[in-house]
Each structure stands twice: as structure tokens, then as C-alpha cells.
Design a protein. Structure first.
Length: 97
């Protein structure tokens, strides 16, 4: 069994429509990983909010959204190259007890 994550890198402009597209990609990955519908929807919304926040915080016209799919979780990093300003989100596939 491999422990290497599946990685997708999106390069998007500061456009709310593209933030929505990143959110849709996250929702697809969350659903494919088997997360509950409510978690998928919330993760999608959190990703869109994170992208919009990054658009407002950094004057760069281009942003990188990194999606990592592990066996037990999905992670999103918006503007990983921004150091401490990077926005990181993670949701577990396994329900927390």
C-alpha cells in the first residue's frame, strides 16, 4: 500500500468563479474519498472562502491551490508559497469519535 498522496495543483487567477471551481474540485475529491455529504459541502464552502480570502490578502493575480488526497484525509493549501499566509484546510475521511 502506498503512503504517497495523490496531488493536484491548480493555478488560478483572482476570480471568484475560479474559487468556486477549486471548491468543486475539492467536493469531488471529498465525495470520491467517501466523506459524508454534509462534510463534502462544508469542505467545498471552506475552500471557496479560503481562495477568496487569499485573493484579498495577496495582490498577486495568480494563486496556487494544492489538493492532496491521502488514504485517511484530503488536504487543501491555498498559496503554499506565501509562507505563514498560506491557508491550509484538512478533512478526515474517517469520522472523528
Amino acid at each position: 500500500m502506498t503512503t504517497e498522496p495523490k496531488r493536484i495543483e491548480l493555478h488560478i487567477d483572482s476570480d471568484p468563479r475560479l474559487a468556486a471551481a477549486a471548491g468543486g474540485a475539492v467536493r469531488f475529491l471529498a465525495e470520491a474519498a467517501g466523506m459524508p455529504e454534509e462534510v463534502c459541502r462544508e469542505f467545498q464552502e471552506a475552500t471557496v472562502r479560503a481562495c477568496i480570502k487569499a485573493f484579498e490578502a495577496r495582490e498577486s493575480s495568480s494563486h496556487m491551490v494544492e489538493l492532496l488526497v491521502f488514504g485517511d484525509r484530503v488536504e487543501v493549501t491555498v498559496d503554499a508559497d506565501a509562507g505563514s499566509q498560506a491557508i491550509r484546510l484538512s478533512r478526515s475521511v474517517v469520522p472523528q469519535r
